[in-house]
Design a protein around this ligand. Structure first.
Ligand SMILES: *Cc1c(COP(=O)(O)O)cnc(C)c1O
Length: 378
């Protein structure tokens, strides 16, 4: 079986974990937390890092830091993980959607202005599958309307937009260090911002909104979103190799692209001239005439190749319909790629010979089955 992902943990991870055990620093009160925050923030090019327990919590703390609250509207792409909408909803805010572009699968910035109302407070671009959102026009719209920009940079550790790293362009950003992310702490996340006041707000939210001058006295609702020293130890060890990891991702991504982007019936994410993608996951969109992604995934599975489907659009989630959100809304690109998209094995441990196997399997399935599949779809 070629797994869809596998973390690379053969640097100093074991040594630093051992140190946590030997010293007894296993909670969030340990030296690796601050060190990981400092290193990751410096790598992205931002002043402050606030480590939290996962990326979903990071998104919520980032919105809180940006001052988002009850009744505020946050514009975000329809094609993203549920975490983005949940972060807004938990703060009493309302997610408002725009569709994505067919080439990059990223938020279609040209649709944002139509969705702005007097209640709009923020835009949340989500850099998808390693490729940056077109940030300059988005930042221009945000400045014109006085909106905060909260980047979801969970999938783009080290990706660049016109030479600047994703997560350093908006007012505040959120990262995830889940096991399939480029830098991992198992579970984990971070809020980044260069604004000291926003950093303080995120820090407070992460720690139950304790008041520094009066402990156990609370004037605002916060949560325990703290990252442990054990997680941060992994993070510090991973940061020692981040440039290497990004190099591996780009090399594997380009190896895939050279072999798949020319196949009939397959579309790959296009790397824009202003972007440096990190190919977080190698993704393909299958032409509708050749069947659904589900079909292809099942067939690849039978050949021992791990895959994952794309996100289902936020507007198609029954949990949100129950809240009265997005009913009857349509986002055609999101709806299509949700059914036609999948990602292929993309882990840091993947060998080029394994990519050859994956590509061969995809080619075989397309060639053998394009006729019957096409018929079934009519
Ligand atoms: C992984 C991911 C998250 C959530 O991170 P968790 O650590 O799993 O909570 C948020 N946004 C995007 C785009 C992601 O890929």
């Amino acid at each position: 079986m070629i797994p869809v992902n596998q973390p690379l943990l053969n640097g100093r991870e074991k040594e630093l974990l051992q140190e946590c055990i030997d010293t007894g620093w296993i909670s969030s009160d340990g030296p690796f937390v601050a060190e990981f925050e400092r290193r990751f923030a410096a790598f992205i090019g931002v002043g402050h890092g606030i480590a939290v327990c996962n990326g979903t919590a990071a998104l919520e703390a980032a919105l809180y830091a940006a001052g988002i609250g009850k009744g505020d509207e946050v514009i975000m792409p329809s094609f993203t993980i549920i975490s983005c909408a949940l972060a807004a909803i938990r703060l009493g805010a309302v997610p408002v959607l725009v569709d994505v572009e067919p080439e990059t699968w990223n938020m279609d910035v040209s649709q944002i202005e139509d969705r702005i109302t007097p209640r709009t407070r923020a835009i949340m671009p989500v850099h998808i599958y390693g490729h940056p959102v077109n940030m300059d026009p988005l930042m221009t719209i945000a400045a014109k309307h006085g909106l905060m920009v909260v980047e979801d940079a969970a999938e783009v550790h080290g990706a660049e937009y016109r030479g600047r790293r994703c997560g350093s362009i908006g007012h505040v950003s959120a990262f995830s260090f889940y096991a399939n992310k480029i830098v991992t702490t198992g579970e984990g996340g971070m809020v980044l911002t260069s604004d000291p006041e926003m950093a303080e707000r995120a820090r407070s939210y992460r720690n139950l909104c304790f008041r520094p001058e009066k402990r156990f006295y609370h004037t605002e609702i916060g949560y325990n979103f703290r990252m442990t020293n054990i997680q941060a130890a992994l993070g510090v060890a991973q940061m020692e190799r981040i440039d290497e990891f990004i190099g591996i991702k780009r090399r594997l991504g380009e190896y895939y692209r050279e072999r798949l982007s020319t196949l009939n019936g397959i579309k790959c994410q296009v790397e824009k001239p202003w972007a440096k993608t990190v190919y977080w996951m190698y993704c393909i969109e299958l032409d509708q005439k050749l069947g659904t992604a589900q079909d292809l995934m099942e067939r690849l599975g039978r050949k021992g190749i791990g895959t994952r489907p794309f996100f289902l659009g936020l507007h198609e989630q029954p949990a949100f319909h129950d809240l009265g959100l997005f009913k009857g809304e349509r986002y055609p690109v999101t709806e299509r790629i949700a059914r036609q998209g999948l990602y292929l094995p993309s882990g840091l441990t993947l060998a080029e010979s394994q990519i050859d196997e994956v590509v061969m399997a995809v080619r075989e399935i397309l060639a053998d089955n394009s006729a019957p599949l096409a018929k079934r779809c009519v």
